[in-house]
Design a protein around this ligand. Structure first.
Ligand SMILES: Nc1ncnc2c1ncn2[C@@H]1O[C@H](COP(=O)(O)OP(=O)(O)OP(=O)(O)O)[C@@H](O)[C@H]1O
Length: 312
Protein backbone atom coordinates (compact mmCIF):
# COMPACT_ATOMS: atom_id res chain seq x y z
CA UNK A 1 0.00 0.00 0.00
CA UNK A 2 1.18 3.53 -0.73
CA UNK A 3 2.39 5.43 2.26
CA UNK A 4 1.33 9.06 2.25
CA UNK A 5 3.81 11.56 3.63
CA UNK A 6 1.44 14.54 3.28
CA UNK A 7 -2.36 14.67 3.20
CA UNK A 8 -4.16 17.88 2.29
CA UNK A 9 -7.91 18.22 2.50
CA UNK A 10 -10.10 21.20 1.58
CA UNK A 11 -7.40 23.83 1.94
CA UNK A 12 -8.52 27.46 1.52
CA UNK A 13 -6.31 30.51 1.75
CA UNK A 14 -7.33 34.14 1.31
CA UNK A 15 -5.51 37.42 1.67
CA UNK A 16 -8.24 39.79 2.94
CA UNK A 17 -10.93 39.41 0.26
CA UNK A 18 -8.56 37.88 -2.32
CA UNK A 19 -9.04 34.11 -2.58
CA UNK A 20 -5.63 32.60 -3.41
CA UNK A 21 -6.43 28.89 -2.87
CA UNK A 22 -9.82 27.23 -3.01
CA UNK A 23 -10.61 23.73 -1.78
CA UNK A 24 -7.22 22.14 -2.49
CA UNK A 25 -7.16 18.39 -1.80
CA UNK A 26 -4.36 15.95 -2.58
CA UNK A 27 -1.99 13.40 -1.06
CA UNK A 28 1.73 13.00 -1.58
CA UNK A 29 3.32 9.55 -1.55
CA UNK A 30 6.69 8.88 0.04
CA UNK A 31 9.46 9.36 -2.55
CA UNK A 32 7.25 11.07 -5.11
CA UNK A 33 8.05 14.14 -7.18
CA UNK A 34 5.02 16.43 -7.33
CA UNK A 35 5.03 19.30 -9.83
CA UNK A 36 2.84 22.36 -9.37
CA UNK A 37 2.07 24.41 -12.49
CA UNK A 38 -0.21 27.35 -13.16
CA UNK A 39 -0.33 30.78 -14.75
CA UNK A 40 1.06 33.86 -12.94
CA UNK A 41 -0.97 34.37 -9.80
CA UNK A 42 -2.56 30.90 -9.94
CA UNK A 43 -1.51 30.20 -6.35
CA UNK A 44 1.66 28.08 -6.70
CA UNK A 45 3.77 29.98 -4.17
CA UNK A 46 0.83 30.36 -1.80
CA UNK A 47 0.31 26.60 -1.86
CA UNK A 48 3.98 25.94 -1.10
CA UNK A 49 4.07 28.64 1.58
CA UNK A 50 0.97 27.20 3.22
CA UNK A 51 2.39 23.69 3.16
CA UNK A 52 5.61 24.82 4.85
CA UNK A 53 3.80 26.83 7.55
CA UNK A 54 4.74 30.30 6.29
CA UNK A 55 1.02 31.02 5.81
CA UNK A 56 -1.80 29.69 7.96
CA UNK A 57 -4.69 28.33 5.90
CA UNK A 58 -8.15 29.83 6.52
CA UNK A 59 -9.68 26.38 6.34
CA UNK A 60 -8.67 22.80 5.68
CA UNK A 61 -6.50 19.99 6.96
CA UNK A 62 -2.77 19.69 6.39
CA UNK A 63 -1.29 16.52 7.81
CA UNK A 64 2.31 15.30 7.64
CA UNK A 65 3.40 11.77 8.47
CA UNK A 66 5.73 13.27 11.08
CA UNK A 67 4.97 15.49 14.04
CA UNK A 68 3.98 18.96 12.82
CA UNK A 69 5.79 20.57 15.78
CA UNK A 70 9.12 19.39 14.39
CA UNK A 71 8.17 20.14 10.77
CA UNK A 72 11.44 21.91 9.96
CA UNK A 73 13.48 18.90 11.08
CA UNK A 74 11.82 16.92 8.31
CA UNK A 75 11.49 19.39 5.45
CA UNK A 76 13.86 21.54 3.44
CA UNK A 77 12.64 24.67 1.68
CA UNK A 78 14.07 26.68 -1.16
CA UNK A 79 12.05 29.79 -1.90
CA UNK A 80 11.82 31.73 -5.18
CA UNK A 81 14.94 33.74 -4.44
CA UNK A 82 17.92 32.67 -2.35
CA UNK A 83 20.22 35.24 -0.83
CA UNK A 84 23.60 34.25 0.56
CA UNK A 85 26.40 36.46 1.76
CA UNK A 86 28.38 37.12 -1.43
CA UNK A 87 31.67 37.44 0.45
CA UNK A 88 31.41 33.90 1.85
CA UNK A 89 32.81 30.85 0.15
CA UNK A 90 30.63 27.89 -0.85
CA UNK A 91 32.21 25.71 1.80
CA UNK A 92 31.62 28.33 4.55
CA UNK A 93 27.89 28.45 3.82
CA UNK A 94 27.69 24.65 3.76
CA UNK A 95 29.51 24.37 7.08
CA UNK A 96 27.29 27.04 8.62
CA UNK A 97 24.15 25.13 7.60
CA UNK A 98 25.65 21.91 8.92
CA UNK A 99 26.44 23.51 12.27
CA UNK A 100 23.07 25.24 12.58
CA UNK A 101 21.17 22.04 11.88
CA UNK A 102 23.57 19.85 13.91
CA UNK A 103 23.79 17.52 10.95
CA UNK A 104 26.41 14.80 10.54
CA UNK A 105 26.26 14.89 6.74
CA UNK A 106 29.49 14.60 4.72
CA UNK A 107 29.61 18.01 3.01
CA UNK A 108 32.32 17.00 0.52
CA UNK A 109 30.27 14.01 -0.60
CA UNK A 110 27.25 16.27 -1.04
CA UNK A 111 29.28 18.82 -3.03
CA UNK A 112 30.56 15.96 -5.18
CA UNK A 113 27.02 14.73 -5.78
CA UNK A 114 25.95 18.21 -6.89
CA UNK A 115 29.07 18.62 -9.08
CA UNK A 116 30.09 21.58 -6.93
CA UNK A 117 33.24 20.15 -5.41
CA UNK A 118 35.44 22.27 -7.70
CA UNK A 119 33.59 25.38 -6.51
CA UNK A 120 34.18 24.57 -2.85
CA UNK A 121 36.41 27.61 -2.33
CA UNK A 122 34.62 29.92 -4.76
CA UNK A 123 33.05 33.07 -3.35
CA UNK A 124 29.26 33.05 -3.62
CA UNK A 125 29.33 36.29 -5.63
CA UNK A 126 31.46 34.55 -8.28
CA UNK A 127 29.17 31.54 -8.74
CA UNK A 128 27.19 31.16 -11.99
CA UNK A 129 23.38 31.25 -11.76
CA UNK A 130 23.18 27.48 -12.32
CA UNK A 131 25.74 26.68 -9.63
CA UNK A 132 24.07 29.05 -7.18
CA UNK A 133 20.76 27.34 -7.80
CA UNK A 134 22.32 23.92 -7.26
CA UNK A 135 23.94 25.18 -4.07
CA UNK A 136 20.59 26.41 -2.79
CA UNK A 137 19.05 22.98 -3.45
CA UNK A 138 22.05 21.30 -1.80
CA UNK A 139 21.51 23.43 1.31
CA UNK A 140 17.92 22.19 1.65
CA UNK A 141 19.41 18.70 2.08
CA UNK A 142 22.08 19.38 4.71
CA UNK A 143 19.86 18.35 7.64
CA UNK A 144 18.76 15.25 5.68
CA UNK A 145 15.04 16.01 5.40
CA UNK A 146 12.45 13.60 4.04
CA UNK A 147 10.73 16.25 1.90
CA UNK A 148 12.04 19.27 0.04
CA UNK A 149 10.01 22.16 -1.39
CA UNK A 150 11.39 24.09 -4.33
CA UNK A 151 9.59 27.20 -5.58
CA UNK A 152 10.26 28.16 -9.21
CA UNK A 153 13.09 25.79 -9.57
CA UNK A 154 15.01 27.03 -12.59
CA UNK A 155 13.66 30.50 -13.41
CA UNK A 156 16.46 32.59 -14.94
CA UNK A 157 18.74 29.67 -15.82
CA UNK A 158 19.95 28.81 -19.30
CA UNK A 159 18.88 25.49 -20.87
CA UNK A 160 22.07 23.64 -19.93
CA UNK A 161 22.01 24.84 -16.32
CA UNK A 162 18.32 23.83 -16.08
CA UNK A 163 19.13 20.32 -17.32
CA UNK A 164 21.89 19.97 -14.72
CA UNK A 165 19.46 20.94 -11.96
CA UNK A 166 16.98 18.35 -13.27
CA UNK A 167 19.60 15.60 -13.21
CA UNK A 168 20.63 16.48 -9.66
CA UNK A 169 17.02 16.32 -8.52
CA UNK A 170 16.36 12.98 -10.21
CA UNK A 171 19.50 11.63 -8.59
CA UNK A 172 18.70 12.74 -5.04
CA UNK A 173 15.13 11.56 -5.41
CA UNK A 174 16.33 8.12 -6.50
CA UNK A 175 19.34 7.75 -4.21
CA UNK A 176 18.01 9.36 -1.05
CA UNK A 177 14.29 8.70 -1.59
CA UNK A 178 13.65 12.38 -0.87
CA UNK A 179 10.08 13.46 -1.67
CA UNK A 180 10.17 16.59 -3.83
CA UNK A 181 7.45 19.19 -4.25
CA UNK A 182 8.30 21.80 -6.83
CA UNK A 183 6.61 24.60 -8.69
CA UNK A 184 7.69 25.76 -12.09
CA UNK A 185 6.71 27.90 -15.05
CA UNK A 186 8.34 25.42 -17.38
CA UNK A 187 6.06 22.63 -18.46
CA UNK A 188 8.87 20.64 -20.08
CA UNK A 189 10.58 20.60 -16.69
CA UNK A 190 7.49 19.38 -14.91
CA UNK A 191 6.83 16.81 -17.63
CA UNK A 192 10.37 15.48 -17.26
CA UNK A 193 10.59 15.47 -13.47
CA UNK A 194 7.18 14.96 -11.91
CA UNK A 195 5.46 11.67 -11.11
CA UNK A 196 2.21 13.56 -10.57
CA UNK A 197 1.21 17.14 -11.27
CA UNK A 198 -1.15 19.72 -9.86
CA UNK A 199 -2.52 22.21 -12.36
CA UNK A 200 -3.71 25.32 -10.55
CA UNK A 201 -6.10 27.65 -12.29
CA UNK A 202 -7.10 30.83 -10.45
CA UNK A 203 -6.49 29.19 -7.09
CA UNK A 204 -8.42 26.02 -7.86
CA UNK A 205 -7.00 22.60 -8.53
CA UNK A 206 -7.94 21.96 -12.16
CA UNK A 207 -6.07 18.63 -12.28
CA UNK A 208 -4.17 16.28 -10.02
CA UNK A 209 -2.65 13.07 -11.37
CA UNK A 210 -0.02 11.65 -13.70
CA UNK A 211 1.29 13.57 -16.70
CA UNK A 212 0.28 10.96 -19.27
CA UNK A 213 -3.19 10.60 -17.70
CA UNK A 214 -3.59 14.38 -17.98
CA UNK A 215 -2.70 14.22 -21.65
CA UNK A 216 -5.09 11.29 -22.23
CA UNK A 217 -7.88 12.96 -20.28
CA UNK A 218 -7.76 16.32 -21.98
CA UNK A 219 -6.68 15.36 -25.48
CA UNK A 220 -9.49 12.75 -25.94
CA UNK A 221 -7.63 10.99 -28.73
CA UNK A 222 -6.60 14.22 -30.46
CA UNK A 223 -3.45 14.19 -32.59
CA UNK A 224 -1.33 17.06 -33.85
CA UNK A 225 -0.19 16.82 -37.47
CA UNK A 226 2.73 19.14 -38.20
CA UNK A 227 4.09 19.66 -41.70
CA UNK A 228 5.32 22.00 -44.41
CA UNK A 229 3.78 22.16 -47.84
CA UNK A 230 5.73 21.45 -51.00
CA UNK A 231 4.06 24.20 -53.02
CA UNK A 232 2.78 27.31 -51.21
CA UNK A 233 0.22 27.83 -53.96
CA UNK A 234 -1.67 24.83 -52.56
CA UNK A 235 -2.11 26.56 -49.18
CA UNK A 236 -5.70 27.58 -49.99
CA UNK A 237 -6.61 23.88 -49.78
CA UNK A 238 -5.86 24.03 -46.06
CA UNK A 239 -8.58 26.60 -45.42
CA UNK A 240 -11.20 23.93 -44.78
CA UNK A 241 -9.43 22.83 -41.58
CA UNK A 242 -10.69 24.72 -38.55
CA UNK A 243 -8.02 23.81 -36.00
CA UNK A 244 -5.01 24.90 -38.05
CA UNK A 245 -2.15 27.20 -37.15
CA UNK A 246 1.06 28.32 -38.83
CA UNK A 247 4.23 28.96 -36.83
CA UNK A 248 7.72 29.47 -38.30
CA UNK A 249 6.65 28.09 -41.68
CA UNK A 250 5.17 24.89 -40.21
CA UNK A 251 1.47 24.15 -40.29
CA UNK A 252 -0.25 22.32 -37.42
CA UNK A 253 -3.63 20.66 -37.65
CA UNK A 254 -5.31 19.26 -34.54
CA UNK A 255 -7.67 16.43 -35.32
CA UNK A 256 -9.43 13.39 -33.90
CA UNK A 257 -9.27 11.75 -37.31
CA UNK A 258 -5.59 11.79 -38.22
CA UNK A 259 -5.91 8.93 -40.77
CA UNK A 260 -8.43 10.85 -42.90
CA UNK A 261 -6.61 14.18 -42.65
CA UNK A 262 -3.24 12.64 -43.51
CA UNK A 263 -4.70 11.00 -46.62
CA UNK A 264 -6.21 14.34 -47.73
CA UNK A 265 -2.93 16.15 -47.12
CA UNK A 266 -0.91 13.62 -49.12
CA UNK A 267 -3.45 13.35 -51.96
CA UNK A 268 -4.64 16.95 -52.32
CA UNK A 269 -2.05 19.30 -50.84
CA UNK A 270 1.41 17.75 -51.07
CA UNK A 271 3.28 17.88 -47.77
CA UNK A 272 6.84 17.37 -46.51
CA UNK A 273 8.69 17.13 -43.17
CA UNK A 274 5.71 15.52 -41.49
CA UNK A 275 5.43 14.88 -37.74
CA UNK A 276 2.36 13.35 -36.08
CA UNK A 277 2.34 13.70 -32.30
CA UNK A 278 0.13 13.51 -29.24
CA UNK A 279 -0.58 16.79 -27.45
CA UNK A 280 2.03 17.80 -24.85
CA UNK A 281 1.55 18.86 -21.27
CA UNK A 282 1.68 22.44 -22.54
CA UNK A 283 -1.34 21.79 -24.79
CA UNK A 284 -3.19 20.26 -21.84
CA UNK A 285 -2.29 23.19 -19.65
CA UNK A 286 -3.60 25.70 -22.17
CA UNK A 287 -6.85 23.77 -22.46
CA UNK A 288 -7.35 23.44 -18.71
CA UNK A 289 -6.65 27.14 -18.19
CA UNK A 290 -9.06 28.10 -20.98
CA UNK A 291 -6.50 29.12 -23.57
CA UNK A 292 -5.80 28.05 -27.14
CA UNK A 293 -3.22 28.90 -29.78
CA UNK A 294 -4.56 31.05 -32.62
CA UNK A 295 -3.65 30.55 -36.29
CA UNK A 296 -0.43 32.52 -35.74
CA UNK A 297 0.57 30.50 -32.68
CA UNK A 298 -0.36 33.19 -30.13
CA UNK A 299 -2.05 32.32 -26.84
CA UNK A 300 -5.68 33.45 -26.81
CA UNK A 301 -8.07 33.40 -23.86
CA UNK A 302 -11.15 31.41 -24.94
CA UNK A 303 -13.46 33.46 -22.71
CA UNK A 304 -12.31 36.99 -23.49
CA UNK A 305 -10.77 36.24 -26.93
CA UNK A 306 -7.85 38.41 -25.78
CA UNK A 307 -4.31 37.61 -26.84
CA UNK A 308 -2.54 36.89 -23.60
CA UNK A 309 0.94 37.46 -22.32
CA UNK A 310 0.36 34.46 -20.10
CA UNK A 311 3.67 32.84 -19.34
CA UNK A 312 3.64 29.27 -18.17
N1 LIG B 1 1.21 38.04 0.80
C1 LIG B 1 0.18 38.28 -0.02
N2 LIG B 1 -0.70 39.27 0.20
C2 LIG B 1 -1.73 39.50 -0.61
N3 LIG B 1 -1.99 38.79 -1.73
C3 LIG B 1 -1.15 37.80 -2.03
C4 LIG B 1 -0.02 37.49 -1.21
N4 LIG B 1 0.65 36.44 -1.75
C5 LIG B 1 -0.03 36.12 -2.86
N5 LIG B 1 -1.11 36.93 -3.05
C6 LIG B 1 -2.10 36.86 -4.12
O1 LIG B 1 -2.55 35.51 -4.19
C7 LIG B 1 -2.66 35.08 -5.55
C8 LIG B 1 -1.75 33.88 -5.76
O2 LIG B 1 -0.40 34.35 -5.75
P1 LIG B 1 0.85 33.38 -5.86
O3 LIG B 1 2.07 34.21 -5.65
O4 LIG B 1 0.64 32.22 -4.96
O5 LIG B 1 0.75 32.89 -7.36
P2 LIG B 1 1.84 32.12 -8.24
O6 LIG B 1 1.10 31.08 -9.00
O7 LIG B 1 2.95 31.68 -7.39
O8 LIG B 1 2.28 33.29 -9.20
P3 LIG B 1 3.71 33.54 -9.95
O9 LIG B 1 3.83 32.48 -10.97
O10 LIG B 1 3.51 34.88 -10.56
O11 LIG B 1 4.78 33.50 -8.91
C9 LIG B 1 -2.31 36.27 -6.41
O12 LIG B 1 -3.49 36.94 -6.77
C10 LIG B 1 -1.47 37.14 -5.49
O13 LIG B 1 -1.60 38.50 -5.82
Amino acid sequence: MDEYIIKIQGLNKSFKDKIALKNITFNVKMGEIIGIVGHNGAGKSTLINTMVDVYKPNEGELEFIFDHKSLYDHIGVQMQKSYFEGKSKVIDICKLYKRLTQSDIDIDALLQEFELINEKNTYIKHLSGGNLQRLSILLTLVHQPEVIFLDELTTGLDPLARRKVWEVLKEINKKRNVTIILSSHFLDEIEYLADRIIILNKGEMAYFGGVSSAIDKYSSGEKIIEFQISDERASFKLMKYEAISLTDGRYQIRTNNDGKVLKELFDDVGIKNLIVKAPSLEDVFLKVAGYRLDEEGRIVNEETKCISDLSV
